[in-house]
Design a protein around this ligand. Structure first.
Ligand code: SAM
Length: 270
């Protein structure tokens, strides 16, 4: 690794999609957040006639719900790895790297959506500006990412230590950074969108819930990166998983901040 920017990448050095159970891990996250995401997208108007782009679509849960529940006209689901995505009427699947230059030449959408993707990309500000270019006049860009809510007031808490090691380990290996997520409204404004707004959702850490299972799976898969921080050892990760599964758990999940901004211009009819 260079002294400055990490050389690792999502899907290669951490969270490889070919590793057994990676689709299930993404689905646990989707189960925890999809209802909130869909409520927001529908409140913004996603519905019949809308063309949509879902970037880093993962297992495609949002893309499918946009079609099945919101009744949008079509969704293009883009991911670096499309093994969990199956095309069907209305759902186009494209394997592409959003950090590449001009990753989707000439295409514009009423809705551009990216959830839990930008935070993993060291070039997130440039990618966010590129995503704004893919929004048609009158359309909306919606980005969601995690906000760390662990507190320094619980230094010995196994959950807080594991969370800290996870964020620090992911930052060192692939450049994940959630510290800038609260700045997303400002970044959307800087990308020429107006007006912008944001909200946050924190799913309850109930033992056995999708979000609790998501974090336990994420720590399992990110174990090497977490151990590399020196903040904890294997026993520390195991203790944090036991804590998550127990009724003693009294911690806050990371929240999901969703920010959106409108592309100035006429809303197309239809
Ligand atoms: C944490 S998952 C989120 C999946 C989905 N958006 C969700 O919220 O359920 C991150 C997704 O982004 C994809 N991804 C990561 N880096 C990417 C890149 N440079 N270009 C395209 N997709 C990328 C990964 O392959 C993975 O499917």
């Amino acid at each position: 690794m260079s002294a400055g920017r990490p050389e690792g990448r999502y899907g290669e050095d951490v969270f490889p999609p070919g590793q057994a159970g990676e689709g299930e891990r993404i689905d646990f996250g989707a189960l925890a957040y999809d209802d909130v995401t869909m409520a927001r997208l529908r409140a913004l108007g996603a519905g019949p006639g809308w063309s949509c782009l879902d970037v880093g679509a993962g297992t495609g849960t949002v893309a499918r719900r946009l079609l099945d529940e919101a009744g949008v006209a079509g969704v293009l689901a883009v991911d670096r790895d499309v093994r969990f995505l199956a095309a069907r009427p209305g759902l186009e699947v494209l394997r592409a790297d959003v950090t590449g230059p001009d990753f989707l030449p000439g295409r514009r959408f009423r809705l551009v959506h990216a959830r839990f993707v930008l935070m993993h990309l060291p070039e997130r500000e440039r990618v966010l500006a590129a995503l704004a270019d893919h929004v048609e006049p009158g359309g909306v860009l919606v980005v969601s990412d995690a906000v760390d809510l662990t507190s320094d007031r619980a230094p010995g808490d196994p959950y807080a230590v594991a969370m800290r090691a996870m964020w620090e380990g992911l930052r060192a290996t692939i450049g994940t950074d959630v510290s800038g997520v609260p700045s997303y409204p400002r970044l959307l404004r800087a990308a020429g969108l107006l007006p912008v707004a944001a909200e946050m959702h924190v799913p309850p850490l109930v033992p056995g819930s999708p979000i609790s299972r998501f974090w336990a799976d994420t720590w399992e898969r990110g174990r090497a990166a977490m151990l590399g921080t020196g903040l904890l050892d294997d026993a520390g990760i195991d203790a944090a998983v036991r804590y998550l599964r127990s009724r003693e758990c009294a911690a806050l999940s990371a929240g999901m901040l969703t920010a959106w901004g409108w592309k100035p211009g006429e809303t197309p009819s239809g």
